[in-house]
Design a protein around this ligand. Structure first.
Ligand code: MN
Ligand code: MN
Length: 469
């Protein structure tokens, strides 16, 4: 009897898939490393709240590590480290490996745009003794989350001369912040009877930007004039210059440790900087000893609105650059693409017991269980997804296990509960084996999202293992 039991135990040990928690999987030193790594990640989050800022931070870090701008027509050879800055909003980073381009590339792609509140082109108006900005939200937001919370103004105003004026107000402790109003509960009877999705309309998300009139008795719209006059003083711009601006409101809160044990990070825009930062730092780390395969690290723009546009992942800018890279070296780009492998580095939903009913707990990602591998995304009957090939899943499995990476598989939620996508399918369309790998996020797309430090570090380790394949 005893023997039989031990055989069953043995068999279970052999046959069952084991799931581990990072705090069992890692030695204490590795957890310490993870927390230290995340201190730098938090700085990156605070300095890179928009795609332009993320690209700027990346360029800084790359140049410090010997990377130089990509040049068309140049033949790149083993050990070269270059980056292609696509209009300051997306970046493609190349580390030329030991093998020829036709043997394929190791591509990791994250996006650096996050849901936010964009300004319209005619934003400024005065009403009820206050000045406001009209807005158009960007990406999938739950509108009620963005009211009565401090917001910072980020972006650029471009003058007719082409001069680009950088704007960032609300990040320094003594900066003013901006605000979207909500109704007091005392008068909320009608509002509170509405559904969560319809209680706030897009046109209600107006930003409060001032209330002090310009000191002149005889002029109309004194408050609007005063705001314009302050903008003019600070940036030398007029209302017409706002026509050619890209300004947005993002939460002004800084990234912070969350919990008594500091095991979590709360921040705006983990989706998808929590993958962008690991792929960037992994690419730089792996460039120090030249990898076998050429690595391509992508910060993409416009993922949250469908990856369209010249800086989105569907833009030919990326494909053109890679064609050029191959052709300049006498390689066939079609062969290069066919032999390439990609980790689409994007987040997945982390199981949240407070909303457990939308997850299928046997296939959901859990906090502290490592980086999540998502075979397919999409919605309904797996529509609009890159469903990775089993052969490629096996290949990635081996890389992660050989690299001592704690990982788990994940599905976004219950079947037919909703859905979502990533840039994976646009890279797969180039005839590149692709799968989603990223960090599980709690409260995704909220103004303040949560991730686990151990999971962030496992993402970094996963991308290092992939680039060093
Ligand atoms: Mn994402
Ligand atoms: Mn997203």
């Amino acid at each position: 009897m005893e023997n039989e039991k031990s055989r069953a135990e043995e068999l279970k040990e052999k046959l069952y898939l084991k799931s581990k928690n990072a705090y069992e999987f890692c030695e204490k030193e590795e957890i310490d490393k993870a927390y230290a790594y995340c201190d730098d990640y938090k700085k990156f989050l605070d300095n890179a709240k928009t795609e332009r800022e993320a690209v700027r931070e990346a360029v800084k870090l790359l140049e410090k590590n010997g990377f130089v701008p990509f040049e068309y027509g140049k033949k790149y050879v083993t050990g070269d480290k270059v980056y292609f800055n696509n209009r300051g909003k997306a970046i493609y980073i190349i580390v030329v490996g030991k093998k020829g381009f036709e043997e394929g590339l190791s591509i990791a792609a994250a996006h650096v745009d996050s849901p936010r509140i964009d300004l319209k082109q005619h934003p400024l108006y005065e009403d009820g003794g206050m000045a406001f900005f009209k807005t158009h939200y960007y990406g999938g937001i739950k509108k009620y989350q963005w009211v009565t919370t401090p917001l910072a103004l980020h972006g650029v105003i471009v003058k007719e001369s082409g001069e680009v004026v950088d704007v960032c107000i609300g990040e320094n402790d003594d900066d003013p912040v901006f605000y979207i109003t909500d109704l007091l509960p005392h008068l909320g009877k009608d509002q509170l009877s509405k559904s969560l999705g319809s209680a706030f309309s897009g046109e209600q998300l107006n930003i409060l930007v001032g209330s002090r009139p310009f000191d002149d008795e005889n002029i109309g719209e004194k408050i609007k004039l005063n705001v314009l006059s302050l903008l003019n003083e600070k940036y030398d711009v007029t209302e017409a210059d706002l026509l050619s601006s890209e300004l947005c409101l993002v939460p002004s809160a800084k990234a912070r440790d969350v919990g008594f044990d500091r095991s979590l990070i709360g921040a705006y825009g983990h989706d998808d900087r929590v993958c962008a930062y690991p792929i960037l730092t992994a690419a730089i780390e792996c460039s120090k000893s030249v990898p076998d395969y050429t690595s391509i690290t992508i910060f993409a723009d416009k993922e949250e609105t469908g990856s369209d546009g010249d800086t989105g992942m569907q833009s030919y800018a990326f494909e053109n650059m890679l064609n050029e890279l191959a052709l300049s070296a006498g390689a066939n780009p079609r062969v290069m693409f066919a032999n390439s492998k990609c980790l689409s580095a994007d987040v997945n939903a982390c199981f949240d017991p407070n909303f457990g009913e939308v997850y299928e707990s046997r296939n959901a990602a859990f906090i502290n269980k490592g980086v999540a591998v998502t075979k397919f995304t999409g919605g309904g009957g797996k529509s609009s997804t890159n469903d990775a090939n089993a052969e490629y899943v096996a290949y990635v499995r081996k890389i992660l296990n050989d690299g001592n990476v704690l990982w788990q598989t994940a599905e976004l939620g219950k079947v037919d509960q909703g859905g979502g996508g990533t840039v994976a399918k646009y890279i797969a369309e180039l005839n590149v084996e692709t799968i989603d790998v990223g960090v599980p996020v709690i409260s995704m797309h909220a103004p303040y999202e949560i991730v686990s430090k151990a999971d962030v570090y496992m993402a970094y380790k996963a991308f290092v293992a992939f680039f060093n394949r």
